[in-house]
Write a protein that binds this ligand. Structure first.
Ligand code: SAM
Length: 280
């Protein structure tokens, strides 16, 4: 049996990045915080920032800033010591005012909040640009596949000559995309699919960038059913289906059976760290 979800994936994402859904966001990050630990450890982000600085400061566009888990984790893993006296100015971009407020509230030196852009990436005004760096971390899944090209092109165009871009995004082999696909096949056949890392890379190439990707793989897991249920519901921006029910029907039940190990859940993540440099 299937049922349809309310609104497109993008509309459900925006409805969930709001104060009334804070508990769901926190349930999600009980597991998803591992994404940020892994991606920060996977690269010398401090060297990227130092290498693209201008007169002691670097201007960064944080695309789809969410609640600021990436900048918070950069600081937790020692960014301040690694960049010395560099000032890192973050412009926060997100269509959700809740997300912008949350991200701003977690910034600590050397990260300093600069301008705010309450807009979808694909709608960012052309006058906003000249950034030394721009990043989007686990950020663009809900941008519809037919608009990801416009969004990524806008991000590329917002960089100055010699600027640095990074998009960290799950592949089709990751839990995020496999679960979303299985959930949609079972409960929401009309759902707009999540955008994949390959689609992001293709969109960057089409925009004239020369992206390079490295792939990281890890597991996130937990034995507590309430934690797993909260994580899974937020993965698809749909808290109407219980874990009990997901486990017993259709492709999503088959997928979850694959992820159960001795009573615990273990979800495989495969994530591309996609970077590019704009020619000087
Ligand atoms: C999972 S969060 C991103 C996590 C974030 N990078 C961090 O460090 O915590 C996803 C964010 O993407 C935003 N978003 C959704 N569609 C978007 C779009 N088309 N353009 C920009 N942001 C979008 C949502 O509002 C949400 O705040």
């Amino acid at each position: 049996m299937t049922m349809s979800q309310q609104g497109t994936t993008e509309q459900r994402s925006l409805a969930h990045w709001a104060e009334p859904r804070r508990a769901g966001m926190e349930a999600f990050y009980a597991l998803a915080i591992e994404d940020y630990r892994e991606m920060v450890a996977a690269r010398e982000w401090a060297a990227d920032l130092r290498g693209h600085a201008d007169h002691g400061r670097v201007r960064v566009l944080d695309v789809a800033c969410g609640s600021g888990k990436f900048p918070a984790e950069l600081v937790r893993q020692g960014l301040a010591g690694a960049v010395g006296d560099l000032r890192v100015e973050l412009d926060l971009l997100d269509p959700s005012p809740f997300s912008i407020r949350e991200a701003r509230s977690v910034l600590r030196p050397p990260l300093v909040a600069a301008a705010e852009h309450e807009v979808r990436l694909q709608d960012l005004p052309a006058a906003v640009g000249g950034f030394d760096a721009a990043w989007a971390t686990h950020a663009l899944y809900a941008a519809p596949p037919d608009q990801i090209g416009a969004g990524v092109a806008r991000m590329h165009a917002a960089l100055r000559p010699g600027g640095f871009g990074a998009i960290v995004h799950a592949t089709t082999a990751s839990h995020y995309l496999r679960f979303a696909e299985a959930f949609a096949a079972t409960f929401a056949p009309d759902a707009v699919p999540f955008t994949s890392a390959d689609q992001v890379t293709d969109a960057l190439t089409a925009a004239g960038a020369a992206p390079r990707a490295t792939t990281i793989r890890y597991q996130v897991g937990n034995g507590e059913r309430a934690v797993v249920e909260g994580f899974l519901q937020r993965c698809v921006f749909d808290d109407s289906v219980s874990l009990d029910r997901m486990e017993t029907v259709g492709p999503v039940g088959d997928y979850l059976a694959e992820c159960r190990v001795s009573g615990d859940y273990r979800f495989d993540q495969e994530v591309d760290v996609i970077t590019w440099e704009v020619p000087a």
